[in-house]
Write a protein that binds this ligand. Structure first.
Ligand SMILES: C[S@@+](CC[C@H](N)C(=O)[O-])C[C@H]1O[C@@H](n2cnc3c(N)ncnc32)[C@H](O)[C@@H]1O
Length: 170
């Protein structure tokens, strides 16, 4: 009987995850490992920095940023991915520096962030550009994977990763 429950769980969880992704409108596709490494390197994260991943998914980028010594906030709507990435952060010993919010990324707090990361769809990027990203502090970096921000000039563009920086004021 327990075997049946395990099978149901193994089959059911991916189906639920895919269903939620369709409902949300952005697939829960983690950044490819090679690209993830390049992306994290381009972020130039130093210990103590604050990093936000908008749509943190399975938590791959969150964990990699934490490994660089950052305090990381992830915002994710899919409850299964929230639970999984919280578990992963605990397992990797980052509970004190990683926070995963089960909340819309449009309600994220990025005012103190040194780096904001997004791997989303173009319409999300447009909405972010015209809303939340106004909250970026001067000098903060915005890093987008796959879909650039229309009208913004990246300071670096490599392997479909665009790095933008909010202009420093005197
Ligand atoms: C393409 S995945 C990227 C995952 C992760 N950032 C990475 O690069 O490995 C996008 C994630 O955004 C999440 N998402 C989509 N819309 C969202 C919203 N409004 N608020 C929070 N998360 C959202 C999806 O559930 C999905 O897990």
């Amino acid at each position: 009987m327990i075997f049946l429950y395990v099978i149901l769980l193994l089959v059911g969880l991916p189906i639920i995850t895919i269903y939620i992704s369709i409902a949300v409108g952005v697939p829960c596709l983690p950044t490819h490992k090679k690209q993830a490494k390049i992306l994290i390197d381009l972020c130039e994260i130093k210990p103590g920095m604050k990093v936000v991943d908008l749509g943190s998914g399975h938590g791959r980028l969150v964990i990699m940023a934490a490994e660089k010594g950052a305090s990381v906030s992830g915002y994710e709507l899919n409850p299964l991915l929230v639970l999984f990435s919280r578990w992963l952060a605990r397992k990797r010993g980052f509970s004190d520096r990683v926070k995963i919010y089960w909340r819309s990324l449009f309600a994220a707090d990025i005012k103190d962030a040194d780096v904001v990361i997004a791997f989303l769809f173009p319409r999300y990027m447009d909405r972010l550009k015209n809303g939340l990203l106004n909250d970026l502090k001067p000098g903060a970096k915005m890093v987008s994977y796959a879909f650039p921000i229309k009208g913004w000039q990246p300071i670096v563009h490599k392997e479909a990763i665009s790095v933008y920086q909010k202009i420093l004021t005197n």
